[in-house]
Design a protein around this ligand. Structure first.
Ligand code: C2O
Ligand code: CU
Length: 460
């Protein structure tokens, strides 16, 4: 910890690369080049500047935490200091990284005790939109505000005029604006998970994104909510998806400029600002009852950026993913998702507080043997049948996968690290297990994860 007292503060250089909406990039750095990020309580104006602030837990005491930005192939070096009263660990969601840095307590590292620290150091193999969050009592720690953005830049700048990220969250606040202390309750755990009553983007009630006519904006949408599935729509514009879950996709026009994000999921879209100066357009999350504006594009007065919008969207440069899969020699496994209220607790419920089962057992990240063990380089095909009354967003650590079509072994023209599986549906996924180590497979509805829908596999 001696390093901390000698922290130095970096000057303006870093701020210039920050996303406009994130003024609060981390500034503390150790002499050996680790960015210091401290978990501590803080306050956030979740409901706007005119309402009392909400006590939160944040990386550096703010929500979202500092944005970490590195170029593809570059190294991320972060010293995480825990000033909370409970242990933690940091998981780098979507990163195909060194297993020792994956941040799963007891599986890949010891928990970071109160007042202890841990140095994370890894190479970022893929350009794209990623994020970080705890993997210890995730339901509570994320919900209180512990999450941040990790952007890995393409080697050559992408042709956009603005690069804006929106971390979309769903808070359960009481009358006074405090976070409801109803953590770990059986209703959330056995049903849909912890849904809130207040939506934010980047910890704010209504983010304004200043735009100029005819500019192209890259919008990085991230669902960081505990459990809420978020249909997100950009009003009055067309939007082209260019990346899913951090990985480049064949660009495609989103139907009605709308995309459904499961907790943990991301979508990068290009939006051409086609309205006239003075116009505004909402970015909305559909709660099922209504669409709630969480951000809006605000057209500046003055001349357009250029005479006409930029031409067709080109695909982002590819990342070095293991594309070649061997379906014949693949390890094939049925991984049923069971349990929950109204699901008769099939396969679950033997353990108090464990309402869900995955692959026939109710578990967590570290106890018991792996669900499967596979030799490095082998293709894995998992059939996940959702035998419950609730949707699940299933997340694989350390790998991106293809979602196979229901009819044949063709796949969707994108990669996922988290896939939404609705009630009574089945998802078949395939990936090359090319990253040695112990990796989690779990539901990203965090109350489900904490209540048994979590397991792990090993790549040897
Ligand atoms: Cu974002 Cu294991 O999770
Ligand atoms: Cu779930």
């Amino acid at each position: 910890m001696a390093m901390l007292s000698r922290r130095r503060f970096l000057a303006a250089g870093i701020a210039a690369t920050a996303i406009p909406l994130f003024g609060r990039t981390a500034t503390a750095q150790t002499p050996d080049g680790f960015r210091v990020i401290t978990l501590r309580p803080g306050e956030a104006l979740l409901r706007g500047g005119d309402r009392p602030a909400t006590p939160i837990w944040g990386y550096d005491g703010v929500v979202p935490g500092p944005t970490i930005r590195v170029r593809r192939g570059g190294e991320v070096k972060v010293r995480v200091v825990n000033r909370l009263a409970q242990p933690t660990a940091v998981h780098w969601h979507g990163l195909r990284l060194d297993n020792r840095m994956d941040g799963v307590p007891h599986l890949t590292q010891a928990p970071i005790a109160p007042d202890a620290s841990f140095d994370y150091r890894f190479t970022a193999p893929d350009a794209g939109t990623f994020w970080y969050h705890p993997h210890w009592h995730a339901g509570e720690q994320l919900d209180r505000g512990l999450y941040g953005l990790l952007i890995v830049d393409e080697e050559r700048p992408v042709e956009v005029d603005q690069d804006v990220a929106l971390l979309l969250d769903d808070w359960r606040l009481d009358q006074s604006g405090r976070i409801h202390e109803s953590f770990g309750n059986m209703h959330d755990a056995a049903m849909a998970g912890r849904y809130g009553n207040h939506l934010t983007a980047n910890g704010l009630s209504n983010v304004e994104i200043p735009v100029v006519t005819n500019e192209r904006i890259r919008l990085r949408l991230v669902n960081v909510a505990n459990a809420r599935v978020m249909p997100v729509r950009i009003a009055g514009h067309t939007a082209t998806a260019v990346a899913i879950d951090g990985q480049p996709a064949e660009p495609f026009l989103l139907d009605r400029a709308r995309v459904v994000l499961t907790p943990g999921g991301r979508c990068d879209v290009f939006v051409d600002a086609a309205l006239a100066s003075g116009a505004t357009a909402d970015i909305l999350v559909d709660t099922g009852r209504q669409e709630v504006a969480v951000a809006r594009l605000v057209y500046a007065a003055g001349a357009p950026k250029r005479a006409a919008p930029l031409g067709p969207v080109r695909a982002l440069p590819p990342n070095p993913l293991p594309e070649r899969m061997d379906f014949i020699g693949a390890l094939k496994l049925d991984v049923p998702l069971e349990g929950g209220m109204m699901g008769m607790m099939r396969g679950a419920g033997m353990d108090p507080g464990r309402f869900w089962a995955i692959g026939g057992r109710t578990g967590d990240a570290h106890s018991g043997p792996p669900l499967f063990s596979v030799k490095r380089g082998r293709t894995v095909m998992l059939t996940m049948k959702n035998d419950t009354r609730f949707p699940h967003g299933m997340h694989v650590h350390g790998h991106h996968f293809r979602v196979l079509d229901a009819l044949d072994d063709g796949w969707k023209p994108w990669w996922n690290d988290t896939v939404l599986i609705l009630a009574d549906r089945t998802a078949r996924i395939a990936f090359v297990a090319d990253n040695p180590g112990k990796w989690m497979l779990h539901c990203h509805m965090l109350e489900h994860q904490d209540a048994g829908m979590a397991t792990w596999f090993e790549v040897t």
